[in-house]
Structure formats: C-alpha cells, structure tokens
Ligand binder design. Structure first.
Ligand SMILES: C[S@@+](CC[C@H](N)C(=O)[O-])C[C@H]1O[C@@H](n2cnc3c(N)ncnc32)[C@H](O)[C@@H]1O
Length: 435
C-alpha cells in the first residue's frame, strides 16, 4: 500500500497506517508483524512509523470500547476491514476528553482524509464523517451504554475477564488495569561490565532519571529508544522486564556448568545466564529466524553460546547425550502476563489456546527432565497468568516425574508501584534426586 496523496507527517497518514495494522490484527496477525509489513513501505519516515505504532497500540488498548461504540453507531460492521480499523482508531483518539492528543475536529477531518485517499474506502468517507460526528454529539448517552458491558469497561474479551475473575477473585480488576497501563522501560545492568550504582551515575550524567527496582534492574523514568540509552550498544545494559530478570539468579549457575536454555529466543535470559557465570551453554529454539536474534544479542554483550535449532520435545536432532547441570524451560505460552507490552495478545488469543499450549509445554518439560543430571535443577518459566499453564502445569509435572520442588516465586502478578514494577510471570524450580 502506498500513501501517495497523504503527507507522511499528517495525522491522516498515521490513522491510515494504524487502520491497516488493526485490520491485520483482526485477521489474526500479531501487531509487531503487521507493523513491520506496513513499515516496509519506502515512503515511511521514522516519525511516520512512530505515529502509526503509537496509534495502533492505543487502539489495541481501547478496542473493546471502540467496537462497542461502533456496534451502536453503524448498522453493520464497517467493510472493508481497513475502514473498520480506521473508525476504531479515530474513535480511540476521541475517547479521552480530558487530555486529548488532538482536537476532536482534527481527528474527524483527518480520518475523512485518510478514507478519501484510499480507493477501498473512498466510497465511505461520508460514513466516516457521519459516524465520528454522531459520536461527538451523542457521547454522553453512548459511552455509558457501552461501558456497562465487560469489554467496554475493561477493553478485554469477555472470556478473558471471566477467566481472570475465576482465577484471581480478589485481584482481577487490578490485573486488568495493569494490563492497560503503558509499560515501563526496564534495563538489566550487565554485572560483567558495571554495577547498578555506577550505571545510575552514568544515566544521571546524561540527564536520564531512573531508579533501581531489582538486583540488576533499573527502570527509566521515561521510556527511550535504545539508541539513546548510554552503553546499550556496548553491552553495558539490556532491555528486560524486572520479573524476567529473576530467572538466571534462581537457576544458581556457577562457572563451568553445562546449561541448556531450551526455549531461548530472542535470548534475553540466555544473556543474563552468561553474565552470571562462565558457562558451557546450549541455547535452543525451534525457530531458526528467532535464533538469529540470540546471536545478535550475544554479540552485543560479547558473550557466546552454542546456538541450536531444534525441538525441545525430543533431543534427536540436537542433543549429544551429555546431561545438563541446569535447564531453563521458558516454555511457549499464551503470554497473558505481558499484555501491557503486547496489548494485541488479548484480541488474538482464543479460549482454547491454553489447552494446546499447556499440552506442548508438558511434552517439552517431560523430555527436558530426561536430559538433566541427578542433583541438577530445572526452572519452569511462563509469562502466563492462567493456572493451566503455570501452577497446574508445575504440579502435574512434579507428580509425573517425582521431581522435588524447590523454593521459587510461583505466580507473580503484574504490578506497577514505585518500588516494584514487573510483568506477570510464573516460576517453578525442580531438582532431580534420582537418575
Ligand atoms: C517465551 S519465548 C522464550 C523467551 C526467551 N527465553 C527470552 O528470555 O528471551 C518461547 C520460545 O519457545 C520457542 N519454542 C516454541 N516451541 C518450541 C519447541 N517445541 N522447541 C523449542 N523451542 C520452542 C519459541 O520459538 C519462542 O522463541
């Protein structure tokens, strides 16, 4: 798609790009993939990319409300999908009356321009104008109607809200709220190259406000692009959520150990393990393209591992038979604990995904257990809030394999307070006693 008649610095251009991204998410594509396809357009400036990204992420956080409004404002779901996306995005921008990013009539005019510039939507520019203006006139009656529905109130699918209520009767509202907040930028200080106090001084010298929120974790007061983060290119720090930074210390790695990082890409935890000790580390992932990202990360950190493409459900193509002292099993999951970073996930997932992913993870765990030395430790990690993928999985695994359960944080709920700010991850640590 080209944007021949839209100026790249206009809101109309941003709305049009975001409309395409929203349409792709509705068709089942993850937002980052949808955006990288849209960004491949030759006319796209860095500013235009930033605007489209911001508008798309905002729309994902408002999709339940915007869709509820559209159901009242339009006789039938707008077609084609890009028109639906355009209206969703424009409505998302109009929702915040107290601190609007743009004046309401600018939003309406620019949405009409975006429709007019696209041959697939040109016929509907009058509809765009009419729907958005009607919303502005009738917002006081329309909004309360939609906010009465669970998706309108929380901006999550109803099944997601119901499942959280069942699993966390006291915390479900706080969890939903945390998932709608913009995520912080948290760094992991590379202990081979610096310390948290020294790095905080370096940030202060660059005028960047930050505070320590974990043993190696520093949260910036304001997120910034990595190119502006002092020492990032030289491997002084990596971007990693504070909860994810618990994995390497929990595995208690020591120099000389033979370690498997079984679902390793893009290598966030691989890098941390190698920062903690001199290891003989195998980093495995079944996706060869994602494996390349581990390589990029390790090169930046000047660390090395054996990178292997293979299936963690069996070792026949990649394991040499030498048992491991430690195994990190950061298994594939629904990612329901990291929705503040990936607000598209809630709309992409289906209720039944949990069962499929939990079955896959159980197969991975049972196989990895055979590769662990007696006395060795295996750490199960998920970024899920669903017990089926986390506590239930850990309990069933321990029972099947007679694994000893060691102390670990269990389910961490997402939180964003002054001292503590992290995603929703789950940790269970096991030790092998017999052969
Ligand atoms: C949660 S991500 C891992 C994140 C990574 N540990 C980190 O900290 O950066 C899960 C990974 O498991 C990989 N994966 C999924 N199924 C797999 C399988 N059967 N065998 C090996 N890797 C698999 C995915 O490609 C994905 O990269």
């Amino acid at each position: 798609m080209t944007y021949l008649s839209l100026k790249t610095d206009s809101l109309a251009h941003g709305l049009h790009g975001a409309a395409q991204a929203i349409a792709e998410v509705r068709a089942g594509t993850a937002l980052p993939q949808a955006l990288s396809r849209i960004f491949a357009d030759a006319d796209m400036t860095p500013q235009a990319r930033g605007a489209i990204q911001d508008l798309s992420y905002l729309s994902m956080r408002k999709l339940g409300l915007a869709d509820g409004l559209l159901a009242l404002l339009a006789d039938k779901p707008p077609q084609p999908a890009v028109l639906h996306g355009l209206l969703t995005c424009a409505l998302s921008l109009l929702l915040d009356e107290d601190d609007p990013a743009y004046d309401a009539f600018t939003v309406v005019n620019q949405a009409v321009e975006a429709a007019a510039a696209d041959a697939d939507m040109r016929h509907a520019k009058g509809v765009v104008n009419a729907i958005l203006r009607r919303f502005l006139r009738e917002r006081a009656t329309l909004l309360p109607q939609v906010e009465k529905t669970p998706p309108g109130a929380w901006n999550y699918p109803t099944w997601w809200i119901d499942r959280l209520k069942a699993a966390y009767p006291a915390q479900w509202q706080a969890i939903l709220q945390a998932g709608n907040a913009p995520p912080p930028l948290t760094l992991r200080v590379n202990r081979r190259k610096s310390t948290v106090p020294d790095y905080l001084h370096l940030l202060a010298a660059h005028g960047i406000g930050a505070r320590q929120i974990g043993p190696d974790a520093v949260r910036l007061d304001q997120p910034a692009p990595v190119a502006q983060i002092p020492g990032f290119a030289d491997g002084l720090v990596s971007v990693q959520d504070a909860a994810a930074q618990l994995a390497a210390p929990l595995l208690d790695v020591r120099d000389g150990m033979h370690v498997l990082d079984a679902c390793a890409a893009p290598g966030g935890k691989t890098g941390h393990l190698l920062e903690c000790a001199d290891l003989d580390l195998v980093a495995l992932d079944h996706d060869p393209r994602r494996l390349r990202r581990i390589d990029d990360n390790l090169q930046r950190l000047q660390l090395s591992a054996q990178l292997k493409a293979g299936d963690a459900r069996n070792g026949k193509d990649w394991w040499d038979g030498k048992p491991f002292d430690r195994i990190l099993a950061d298994v594939p999951c629904t990612a329901s604990g990291i929705v503040r970073r990936h607000p598209d996930i809630r709309w992409l997932r289906r209720k039944t995904d949990t069962v499929q992913l939990a079955t896959l993870s159980a197969q991975i765990l049972d196989n990895l257990w055979q590769m662990l030395k007696p006395g060795g430790k295996l750490l199960l990690v998920t970024c899920s809030l669903w017990p089926q993928e986390s506590e239930d999985q850990a309990a069933a695994f321990a029972q099947r394999n007679h694994a000893v359960r060691l102390s670990a944080p269990g389910q961490l709920l997402p939180t964003a307070s002054v001292e503590s700010d992290h995603d929703g991850l789950f940790y269970a640590l096991f030790q092998k006693t017999g052969p």
